[in-house]
Design a protein around this ligand. Structure first.
Ligand code: URA
Length: 453
């Protein structure tokens, strides 16, 4: 085996690495033989030189094999397909919380390995931690039991699934090497493969609230994820979706959880969000062979919601992972509420100029407002305040009558509320209500693997 520094040297000089060398390096990352300095140098070499598909597949498989793998055969055999969806991250993206239980109600099994908020984006695990008692890091035995009995468990990767990713990611985070296509690809897919999936759909976002803001960059990432996933043995598809505005009208942990409960119980289903939930769910049901037509997929997913079965699966998942058994019935008892709630008015300059239609939103800036309110982390050790955030966010195209706020700010104190009001106002652009305006679809395209003749 080559020394780590020799492997790094080869990549630094632009050579393609052999699978055996990648495996050796990743094994060293997992067991501590490769130092943080070497990980940083390797990540930078990959960032600058890239990797071809074969190298990215080898990296993904080596990271998958750096820890335990969930197995769903033998005694663990399940009477339905094991599937998952993953998003590249956005603002007000509650899809996982809704789709996991819906898929379970459609006969799928969903061991959903999720992450925490990163930068300006929200994290599914942080949202779930606004439920008192919910364990985002259960033992693998408990995770498998909840998946088997309920059909869905949304949890973190913990120490045991793909531990090499955990170490490498921490180094990437502080060495300006997060934005590397093969490193992102291997990082996301290694955890999904370790969960033993049979089908995966990816929600790859572009727009002002996405990490890859340009559609072309998002499309390249989607192609990389789909091809590497497929070549690593996991049938994978990706939808390219618009993150030029928050997906849901709320951003913040308990607020998004509350919105999820409203969605599942049928009290409120925001149209854009519902469209994306159905598109991702439909894609997975088709991929997994649960249905043969799109209309059948749509019917199954809608029935899972309307019959209350998806809500029931969510409630059982929460109880199975340590949360309260009556969260759906008594959510207000459990979900934290902020002491200060303040309306964000349309800026007086816009009103005076007769501009009352939302022209565009700097979605990243809204994500940062939530972090600044205390709903995200400035440093990795920060504690999150689950109660804070934004709700009733006006979407692009909305015409706000006099007195209708742009959003509601939920804050821990009046000073942070005032700062957030100003920042939300600055994130919105306004136009004449009579100006032409075309609604943009939330799903812009689908990426499938290349067919090799
Ligand atoms: N999410 C991950 O899990 N890994 C990355 O590298 C980026 C996003």
């Amino acid at each position: 085996m080559l020394l780590p520094q020799e492997i790094i040297r080869r990549k630094r000089d632009g050579a393609a690495l052999a699978a055996a060398d990648i495996q050796a390096l990743v094994a060293g990352i997992a067991d501590g033989r490769v130092s943080e300095a070497q990980m940083g140098a390797f990540a930078m070499a990959v960032c600058c030189r890239g990797m071809d598909t074969a190298e990215a597949v080898a990296l993904t498989l080596a990271m998958r094999d750096s820890g335990e793998r969930l197995r769903w055969d033998g005694a663990q055999q399940l009477p339905g397909p094991v599937v998952d969806k993953h998003s590249t991250g956005g603002v007000g993206d509650t899809v996982s919380l809704m789709l996991g239980p819906m898929l379970a109600a459609c006969g799928c099994f969903v061991p959903m390995i999720s992450g925490r908020g990163l930068g300006h984006t929200g994290g599914t695990l942080d949202k779930l931690e606004s439920i008192p008692g919910y364990r985002v890091q259960p033992s693998l035995a408990q995770l498998q039991r909840v998946v088997r009995e309920v059909g869905v468990a949304i949890v973190g990767a913990g120490e045991r699934l793909a531990p090499a990713d955990r170490r490498l990611y921490a180094v990437r985070d502080v060495t300006a090497t997060v934005e590397s296509m093969p490193l992102i690809t291997a990082s996301i897919l290694a955890k999904k493969l370790a969960a033993g999936l049979q089908a995966l759909v990816l929600d790859v976002k572009f727009g002002s609230g996405a990490f890859m803001q340009e559609p072309a960059a998002a499309s390249a990432l989607a192609q990389s994820l789909v091809q590497v996933g497929q070549d690593a043995g996991l049938p994978t598809r990706a939808l390219l979706t618009d993150m030029d505005q928050p997906l849901a009208p709320a951003a913040g942990n308990a607020l998004e959880l509350s919105l999820t409960l409203d969605y599942l119980s049928g009290r409120d289903r925001p149209a854009r969000l519902h469209e994306l939930v159905m598109a991702l769910g439909g894609s997975l049901l088709l991929q997994a062979g649960q249905v043969s037509h799109w209309s059948e997929a749509e019917g199954r997913l809608q029935r899972a919601l309307d019959s209350g079965q998806a809500a029931e699966r969510f409630a059982r998942m929460v109880a199975g992972l340590g949360g309260p058994a009556d969260l759906l019935e008594r959510s207000q008892r459990y979900l934290a509420a902020a002491p200060v709630v303040k309306a964000v008015p349309v800026p007086p300059e816009a009103r005076a100029a007769g501009l009352s239609r939302v022209a565009s939103i700097d979605t990243r800036a809204l994500g940062i407002v939530v972090v600044q309110l205390g709903g995200g982390r400035r440093r990795s050790e920060d504690r999150i305040d689950p109660a804070v955030g934004l709700s009733a966010l006006a979407p692009v195209g909305a015409v706000l009558e006099r007195g209708t706020p742009v959003a509601l700010v939920h804050a821990a104190n009046p000073a942070s509320a005032d700062a957030a009001v100003a920042a939300v106002q600055a994130a919105y652009r306004w136009t004449d209500p009579a100006a032409a305006w075309a609604k943009r679809p939330v799903v812009a395209g689908m990426i499938e693997p290349r067919v090799v003749p």
